[in-house]
Each structure stands twice: as C-alpha cells, then as structure tokens.
Design a protein around this ligand. Structure first.
Ligand code: GCW
Length: 706
C-alpha cells in the first residue's frame, strides 16, 4: 500500500517535472516571436479585456497573413482564441483592420495604430502596412507596453530593407556559421519547407521586405529555367509577407549558360540575352525585385573584362529590368591588387568618377567601411560622395570577422556608430543615415542590407544571441533613429525574459559586447590582423598572401619604429576622400579619437596618448582588459541563469568558454608578435603569456580551420 502511494507520488512528481521542462524547453527556433503565455496574470487579463476580436470587414486582399499572425500570437500570449469577425462587435473591444490607399501621413508601407473608442485600429495604405502595424502592436504586447489610448504613425525611413544571403546552390553558405543553407534547392520547387514561412514571418516582423537568395559570388546556374522555377517557389511563399526576392547574377552568364562567346555589355547579343532572361524571370515572378552584382571583384567577371566600365555593366542590366520596375544593386566592393596603393581608396576612386552616369534604377551598394567588415572601421568615403547616384548600406550580420558563431557580439552599436557618423558633405549634420534615407541628396532609391547570419541550425544563427543582429538590422532599416539600447531591450524581452533586472543585465552585456571584442582583437583601430582565407583567429605576422592587401603587415605596418597606417597627406592621403569636416576629426594624431588612431596614423611605440599611456602600453592594456572582460561577461551571464531558459543559457555559457579561450589566443598572439616587432617588454602588472610566439602561431592548426 505504502509502496503504491509512493509510486503514485513519484509518478505525479515526475510528470510535473517533465511538464515544467516541456513548457520551458527552448531551442531558439521561435526567435523573437515566442508568444508564450504572459506570466503576469493581471497584465494578461488587462490585455485580454481589450482584445476580444479581430475585425477585417472587407477581407482586404493580402491581409490574411497579418490576421493569422495576430490570432496565433494572442492565442499564445493571452491563452485565448481571438474571434475573427467582419465588423467590430458592439460592447466589446478588439482589433480593427483598415486598409485605405488614400490615408494621409504615412508612406506606402507605413501604418497607424489608434485607440478608437476602445478598439485598436490598424490602418495601412497597403496590406504590407497593415502587416507591419500588426507586428508593432504585437511587439507592444510582447514587451509589456500599454496599448490603451495608443496613437502612433510610423513609416520606414529606408525603402529597400534587405537580407543578402551568401548561399550557394550546393547548400553551403559562404562565411556561414549556422549550418547549411535554409534553401533546400534539391527539394524545390515541389516541397515547401515550413521553415520558409517562419523565415518570412520573422523578416516581416522587423520590416524586412526583400531577400537576395544567393551568393554574390554567383553561380550562373541560378539563371537557368530550373532555378528560376525554384526561386519562384520561394517568391510565392514570401509574397504574403511583403517580401520580394532578388537574385545575385554572374556577369559572365551570357557566356556560361547563354552559348555566347562574350559577356561584353555593349554587345547586342549579350544585351538580348539579358532582356530575354529578365522577361523569363518576370513571367514566373511578376514582382521580382532585381539583381545584385559583384563584378570585377575578387576574381568575379565584370564589364572591365571587356574594357567597359561599371556604368556600362550596370546600365545594361538596368535597361533589361526597367520595363518591369526591377533594380540593379551594383556593389562597390572592388579593389585591384596594387602593392603600392591603399585598398582603403579603391572603391571611391573607381566609383566617384561615374557619379551621375548610372541609370535611374541602379543603386550602388557600399560596405559600411572602406576595407571589409572589420570589427571597427571608419565609414566608407563613398557615403556622401555620390550625389546623383543613390548609395545603399551593406552591413554584415554573419560574423566573418567577429569571432564566427562563438563570440557574443551585438552589432547594433557597430551599425549605429557608422549610421551616426557625420559625413559633413553638406555641412554639419549630414550623417550617413541621412545620406542613406535620401535627405542629404534626393536619392531615387534608398536601401540598407544585411549579409544574413541565418542557416539550418535549429536556432537559425548558431550563437543564440546573434539573432539580435538580424533583429537589429531590420529595426534600423525601418528607423535608423532607434538606439542600440532600445533595440536590445525589445529583443531581450521578446526572446529571453521579461524580468526587468535580468533584462537590464543582459542588455548591459549586449551593449558592451562589441567593444570587448574590439579590445581583444583590434585595439585603437588596428585592422585586418585575422587569419588568412578563413578569417578566423589572429595572424598579425602574416606577410605573404596571394595579394599584398590580404596580409596583415600591409595594414599594421609594425616595425621597431612604430605602428599604424599613415593615411594623412604625408601618407596615402585616403583622408583626402572625406569632406573636410570629417577629415578634421581624424587628421591630427593628437586629436584623432583613440578607437580610430591606427586607421590613420603611424606612430612611434613611445608616443604618449590622451589616455596617459604610450601606444605600446595602450595596445597591451587593451588586449589584456578585453580578454578579462570576457570572463566578467561570463560571470554576469551566470547571474541571470534562473531567468533564462536552461537550454539557451547553457548554450551561451558554453560559447563563453570558447570565446574566452580564443580571446586569450588573440591576446597572446598579438601581444607577443607586437613585442617582437617593437622590441619591447610586456609592461609589469600584466601576466606574461604562458606560451611562446612560435607556439601560438601553431594554434591555428589546432582549430582545424585550414
Ligand atoms: O569579406 C569578403 C569575404 C568573401 C566575400 C567578399 C564579398 C562573398 O571574405 O567571402 O565574398 O567579402 O563581400 O564579396
């Protein structure tokens, strides 16, 4: 009898434990759209009282996705089925959709949220506007904000808000650290993975309205009928979520798949090839967005192979796309191998002369910095330099140079640092944001893109915290005025916890994470110190590579006399590419902000800085404190353990251990190498590395990245 009772009790206990585990089990798949039951009963009841129905009187075309999302979200958050009705119910409160093409005060994709006699009215000029308004309302509920009396209008500041996937047809992802490609090309077009829908929902929730599905190092295969059919299948899934598809194209396609002998953009047959191709695409995908092109860069074909210009190439494609309102996104990431030159200057030099010569449906896509997604770069001088040609911002979400998927780097502060930089091209206040949104020059097209960090990993981004970078890109493309802290706040509340002290702790970690990474990898503006090819870990000693500007020495120029790249007038004069106001910020080594110093100046190791330390001391201090701060971050993470789902918590905790190990690797490598170059000792007070430089150099083999 007693045994029976005991067994029963044990059973009940086990059941409860399992249930609790199931309720909490979180693998990160749901991203920031978790929609778990609001745990505060009073708050839940308060929302529930205001959200009894969703009225969609005319079943406005295209609003089904929004309606389904609201129903699904409220079911989770409030634990109740919200009724779908035609007309607002008398005596009850609910949500009302309104689509009004004539609505004033918002743009095509904008929305209004208004409390109207207790009902929440979501107004859009288009179905996309209603969708974005719905997600905004849900975000307010997810983050515990008041919806009573709400009155707001919001329109995106940037028109084209895109992800760029560097996904290949064989399922691999260039610089992808979260598994294989999301796109299962071998299953398409017949089988639609439900994940494509969740991908679209996630994007729509942050306002992303386009996706380039394939790598800029493009296979011509994507332009075959077979692949156009596969891309069409994706386009059909994404359309209800306001997302257009775009493709990267290989400039040599007329030769590679068109049976022509040339891809010369001025050749009539080549032009006809592209016109026919574009027609074929639009027959399948009537709202196709356009082409992204990496031409004459890192071995990719381009118009210069035929002694033509970027403008010739871009305009030829633009002409083919124009009848369908398609666009060309032509990348400025070009740099000829010039051992005597400065790669910093290449893009500006190649594109500035063509300002005004590009067709009206061409936009030049520029990476945030002049080199290549380094942990910290000054802005590309092309921002503000092209007056008559629209310029787009390309950020990198995938952490190629930011520690892959094991280092926690919240990128919003990096994005904001760049967006808030004043180009001074039209006097004070001509920030990069204002250049991009067309308020400095009246650009016909505006765009901001992120190189995606998504992959087939269950949690999408490998590092669970890297989801926040995807989130940040969307939010900033919609409104570059939001702060990093606001973005972090929303994201943490929706993705991790609503317990305010824990939210604050995690936010703090997020907001410091990028600076910490910079400290232990690239202090004071040192750049391009990473391993060759794989771009992982430190290799400051790299002096030989297929191209001089792929070595580290090219950039840091460290020898016994000093360190840093002189880009002043006396050096490469890259600073001459900035407007005077910005040039002045960096030009004087005594006034140049320390985080950018080595980008612009070559200084002696003993040069005394505003911090009171010498250059050498500052560098050493940065590497040591950066690595130590990783440990402190890890400790702070342990303190929020009870507030975070155990699976996610353990995942991040484990990645911290890798991050620390690699931070110490960076520290030892750089400190030992620069000690050798400078012939200086590591100042007292810092523990000496326990290994020699030669030992550290071998570590890259241990990590199996070669
Ligand atoms: O950062 C470099 C990457 C390449 C990439 C290139 C580019 C897609 O190492 O992998 O190629 O930039 O942006 O084109």
């Amino acid at each position: 009898m007693i045994l029976m009772r005991f067994m029963k009790l044990l059973f009940v206990l086990l059941f409860l434990v399992f249930q609790a585990a199931a309720a909490r089990a979180e693998d990160g798949y749901r991203l920031w759209l978790r929609y778990d039951l609001i745990s505060n009963a009073a708050q839940r009841a308060s929302y529930a009282g205001k959200l009894n129905f969703i009225a969609n009187e005319y079943e406005y075309p295209g609003t089904a996705a929004a309606e389904e999302e609201v129903v699904r979200a409220l079911k989770g958050l409030l634990g109740k089925e919200v009724k779908r009705v035609k007309k607002a119910e008398q005596g009850k409160k609910g949500i009302v959709f309104r689509l009004n093409a004539q609505e004033e005060g918002i743009s095509e994709e904008g929305f209004k949220l208004n409390d109207q006699g207790g009902n929440i009215l979501i107004t859009g000029k288009t179905a996309a506007g209603v969708l974005y308004g719905s997600f905004e309302l849900l975000r307010k509920i997810q983050t515990g904000q008041k919806i009573e009396g709400i009155t707001m209008a919001s329109s995106p500041k940037i028109a084209l808000r895109l992800l760029n996937h560097w996904d290949n047809h064989n399922g691999t992802i260039e610089r992808g650290y979260a598994g294989q490609s999301l796109w299962k090309w071998y299953e398409l077009p017949e089988r639609i993975d439900t994940r494509y829908i969740d991908y679209a929902r996630a994007n729509a929730s942050i306002g992303i309205n386009g996706t380039v599905v394939n790598n800029v190092n493009a296979s011509a295969r994507f332009l075959t009928g077979e692949y156009i059919g596969k891309v069409k299948a994706l386009a059909d899934v994404f359309r209800p979520y306001g997302i257009k598809v775009y493709m990267s194209v290989n400039f040599a396609s007329p030769r590679l798949i068109g049976g022509l002998k040339t891809a010369d953009p001025l050749d009539e047959q080549v032009r006809t090839f592209w016109k026919n191709k574009v027609k074929e695409i639009y027959t399948e995908i009537p709202d196709f967005g356009g082409f992204l092109v990496k031409a004459n860069s890192e071995g990719e074909p381009g118009p210069m192979d035929y002694n033509r210009t970027h403008a010739d190439g871009a305009n030829m494609l633009a002409e083919a796309l124009k009848p369908y309102k398609g666009i060309v996104m032509w990348r400025s990431f070009v740099y000829a191998a010039d051992p005597k030159g400065d790669r910093f200057k290449a893009a500006y030099n190649e594109f500035k002369p063509f300002d005004g010569q590009f067709a009206e449906n061409v936009i030049i896509q520029v990476k945030n910095g002049p080199i290549d997604f380094m942990p910290r770069e000054p802005i590309s001088p092309l921002f503000g330099a092209l007056e008559k040609t629209p310029v787009s911002m390309e950020f990198q979400l995938t952490q190629e140079y930011l520690g892959w998927a094991t280092h926690w780097v919240f990128e919003a502060p990096l994005f904001k640092e760049c967006l808030d930089t004043d180009t001074h091209v039209k006097g004070k206040g001509s920030t990069v944001s204002k250049v991009l949104d067309g308020s400095v020059y009246p650009y016909r097209l505006t765009s901001m893109v992120g190189v995606a960090n998504t992959g087939s990993d269950r949690n999408w981004t490998g590092h669970p915290m890297a989801q926040a970078n995807w989130y940040a890109l969307g939010r900033l493309a919609w409104d570059h005025g939001i702060t990093s802290s606001e973005i972090a706040d929303e994201w943490v509340r929706m993705s991790l916890t609503s317990n305010t002290p824990a939210v604050e702790s995690v936010k703090k970690l997020m907001l410091q994470s990028r600076e910490v990474y910079v400290k232990y990898t690239s202090p004071m503006g040192l750049h391009h110190l990473m391993g060759e090819g794989h771009h992982f870990g430190p290799e400051p000693w790299l002096v030989k590579a297929p191209r001089p500007d792929w070595t580290a020495l090219y950039y840091h120029r460290a020898d016994s006399s000093g360190i840093g790249f002189d880009r002043t007038k006396g050096g490469s004069d890259a600073l001459g590419q900035y407007a005077e106001g910005l040039r002045k910020v960096y030009e004087d080594p005594e006034k140049c902000p320390l985080p950018f110093l080595m980008w612009f100046h070559h200084l002696s190791w003993d040069h005394r800085l505003s911090s009171g330390r010498t250059v050498w001391e500052e560098i050493v201090n940065s590497y040591y404190t950066g690595a130590e701060e990783v440990l402190k971050m890890e400790e702070a993470w342990q303190k929020v353990k009870t507030d975070i789902d155990p699976e996610v918590h353990a995942n991040v905790a484990a990645r911290f251990r890798t991050q620390y190990k690699e931070a110490v690797w960076w520290r030892d490598a750089c400190v030992l190498y620069f000690a050798q170059q400078s012939r200086k000792e590591i100042p007292s007070g810092y523990p000496l590395p326990t290994r020699t430089l030669e030992e550290v150099k071998k570590l890259v083999e241990v990590y199996h990245v070669r």
